[in-house]
Design a binder for this molecule. Sequence first.
Ligand SMILES: [Zn+2]
Length: 277
Amino acid sequence: MRFCFPSALLLATLPLCAQSDWNDPFPPHRIADNLYYVGSKGLSTYLITTSQGHILINSSFERTVPIIRANVEKLGFKFIDVKILLNSHAHGDHVEGNALVKELTGAKVYIMEGDEKVVESGGEGQYLYKGGWKPCKVDRVLKDGDTVTLGGVTLSAHLTPGHTRGCTTWTMKANDRGKSYDVVIVGSPNVNPGFQLVNNKVYPGIAADYARTFKVLKALHCDIFLGAHGAYYGMAEKAALLHKDSSRNPFVDPAGYRAYVEEREQAYLHTLKQQSR
Ligand SMILES: [Zn+2]
């Protein structure tokens, strides 16, 4: 993932610096039966459709919500049918639009323990980043291993902390052409520039939390590899393959998932080593 943070000092005062593709629309696409990509080019949002209404993962920024809504409608679904809103983690680029989505759809908002106060306060209390977004009522606080079920579809919430205290990796089963696949939507294993892994007085357990996250991610079985940003899994490249070769599903990528987790763990260990000197 690319970053554009100028310095650790500025991190405390600046909101997340917008990357060029975060506000760009991207064609919505089917990933598997009942599972669709409806995000912008750089910010992933997933729509899980069921007979009882839909689940949306990530509202992104407030300004991204119209892109998401248009994508949902382009696929032939109604935005108002979103019944449950979930998130990857409580950074503005994934949750700032929660209040607006709730307002537009009446969806219930479920947030992992550790991130719930950040969402309810509009971004206050988050490590390093300031909020300033619209506070959003949290209807259910999730714990590690909790499941979310709607219309016969079940998602499991895996606490993968470090990036935020309540960072969540979602898993579910999805069918494609009659075959069942394990889907993993990675919350974020990234140690952002300015993150202090050693002697962190604001987030004392941060390094141990990242270590836990890598243990969890390595233990998950993944066929369909997805994440909070398309850049984690090569979304744009894989989406382009959808039109070139209809005989295989480009999002089925277990080797890509393993390589990604391994590379991110090495990056974490490298930063930990540097900061431990
Ligand atoms: Zn983040």
